[in-house]
Design a protein around this ligand. Structure first.
Ligand SMILES: Nc1ncnc2c1ncn2[C@@H]1O[C@H](COP(=O)(O)OP(=O)(O)OP(=O)(O)O)[C@@H](O)[C@H]1O
Ligand SMILES: [Mg+2]
Length: 254
């Protein structure tokens, strides 16, 4: 399958089982949403998919375009087209947004083609201007230090800018909506939808709020509890959760 596949995944952190028998497929061009209570393992799942060294699967498979990537470094996963927008982006004082993004793009190009000499600076400036324009970001952001003193919403928008520059095949968006005002939410969602429509990007969107899914229309909604998916459905499931919370699913499980 082209896209991301997770099969019977188990992940423990400090000997505590967090992800338990988790399976999910996100084909390219599709949007899948995961909702679930706090502490159920959603961020742990995204870190594991991206290859964070503290989150190693004890069993199960993570496949990207049919290839098993369990043992790949985070860099290799990213060069293969995986992207994670973080719930809590970190600041990198001393590195400007423009330099960070150009380095990231050039590293990716080099990994895919060792002969590549990187994008020429004028072409990169043009690309960055275009993407920032689409995300309604002020051009002054390009010369600011990455996430240093950025507001919550600015950090999230910068994550989406990075995604727009790198054009991944599969993007995981962990609570990209938290802290965004309504206008920013709409702009970020438009950016995501554009990459889905134009590039056939697949998306795994993790959110607590149905509202985001009005803007990013999911092909499927999955409820994650106790480390695995307990229910899948269409976007009406998100509305049902909004109304009833999660307890009724627990009761149904018994
Ligand atoms: N590095 C770590 N050290 C200790 N415990 C951890 C670590 N990473 C995750 N956990 C634990 O794993 C559980 C799942 O955390 P995770 O962040 O994946 O939840 P989540 O579903 O993303 O929650 P939220 O909706 O609040 O973002 C929590 O109990 C958390 O404390
Ligand atoms: Mg989380």
């Amino acid at each position: 399958m082209s896209g991301l596949e997770i099969k019977s995944l188990y992940v423990s952190v400090h000997e505590k089982q967090i992800i338990e028998n988790f399976s999910l497929a996100v084909p390219k061009g599709e949007i899948h949403a995961i909702m679930g209570p706090n502490g159920t393992g959603k961020s742990t799942l995204s870190y594991t998919i991206m290859g964070h060294p503290a989150y190693k699967p004890s069993s199960g498979d993570i496949l990207m375009n049919g290839e098993r990537i369990n043992d790949w470094t985070p860099d290799k996963r990213s060069h293969a087209g995986l992207f994670l927008a973080l719930q809590y982006p970190v600041a990198v004082p001393g590195v400007t947004v423009a330099n960070f993004l150009r380095t990231a793009l050039n590293t990716q190009r080099k990994a895919r083609d060792p002969e590549d000499h990187g994008i020429p600076v004028p072409a990169f400036r043009k690309l960055l201007r275009e993407k920032m324009g689409k995300l309604k970001m002020d051009s002054s952001f390009a010369s600011r230090y990455l996430n240093d003193g950025f507001s919550g919403g600015e950090k999230k928008r910068t994550e989406i800018l990075q995604m727009a520059v790198l054009q991944p095949e599969i993007a995981i968006l962990d609570e990209i909506d938290s802290g965004l005002d309504i206008d920013a939410l709409r702009i970020v969602a438009e950016g995501v939808n554009m990459l889905v429509q134009e590039n056939g990007m697949g998306v795994l969107v993790i959110t607590h709020y149905q509202r985001l899914l009005d803007y990013i229309k999911p092909d499927a909604v999955h409820v994650m509890m106790d480390g695995h998916i307990v229910r899948s459905g269409d976007d009406s499931l998100a509305l049902e959760l909004e109304e009833k919370g999660y307890e009724w699913l627990k009761e149904n499980q018994k």
